[in-house]
Design a protein around this ligand. Structure first.
Ligand SMILES: N[C@@H](CCC(=O)N[C@@H](CS)C(=O)NCC(=O)O)C(=O)O
Length: 212
């Protein structure tokens, strides 16, 4: 019997498949070799039980025994503290991994997500709003590029910070937004070649396909 239960939707439309944020949690659990099971909640009808775990009615959340955690970053921090292989051991490197975890979410994803949403909607015309989003994202990527050109992983060995940063950049890469940033693109390729990501991705695709 496993204590770790990852909850995601039972089904999502085709477009976000492979990119639903439960993949971050699956990936971390696979890297850590922790046993877990996946639970589904309805995509179309979100009840009060769902909102009691995730106040925005979103996914993922993770339960670890009687602890329930929402926000993919918080879940990965929890797993990083629980497992010996998802975070560096020494305090300085650990602190750096936490910095990069927040940087992925609060500096890079803050710029990449609106950009990606406009890409999804094919709303990338010659407008001041779109130009502002492109500039915002480039302002982050131009600083990530030299960081990632100089190292294999963000902090020494592969960590939860890399899961988040690679997953954030992966969505940009989907729309060819890393074309001018070869080190970022190579980093995404390196991270997503890891067997744990390959399994997590295949499992997510199979999970949603099973509900079609
Ligand atoms: N900040 C949250 C975002 C969660 C999120 O955006 N989840 C998406 C799936 S990737 C979702 O549930 N979308 C449905 C909705 O917003 O109604 C996290 O990182 O966990």
């Amino acid at each position: 019997m496993t204590d770790l239960i990852l909850t995601t939707f039972d089904w999502v439309p085709e477009t976000p498949r492979g990119y639903v944020r439960d993949i971050r949690v699956r990936w971390a659990l696979e890297e850590a070799g922790l046993p877990y099971r996946v639970n589904s909640v309805p995509f179309r009808a979100r009840d009060t039980e769902h909102f009691s775990h995730q106040p925005f009615g979103q996914v993922p959340w993770l339960t670890d025994g009687d602890i329930s955690i929402f926000e993919s970053g918080a879940i990965l921090l929890h797993l990083g503290n629980r497992s010996g292989v998802l975070m560096p051991a020494d305090p300085r490197s650990r602190s750096e991994a936490v910095e990069w975890l927040f940087a992925a979410l609060n500096s890079v994803e803050m710029a990449s997500l609106p950009w990606s949403l406009f890409q999804f909607s094919d709303d990338t015309g010659d407008t001041p709003g779109w130009k502002r989003l492109v500039d915002f994202l480039n302002a982050r990527l131009q600083h990530m590029e030299p960081v990632l050109a100089g190292r294999e992983w963000l902090v020494g060995t592969f960590s939860v910070a890399d899961i988040l940063m690679a997953d954030v950049l992966r969505l940009v890469d989907r729309f060819d937004g890393l074309a001018a940033y070869p080190a970022c693109r190579d980093y995404v390729a390196r991270a997503t070649a890891r067997p744990s990501f390959v399994k997590a991705h295949a499992d997510q695709m199979a999970h949603f396909a099973a509900a079609d």
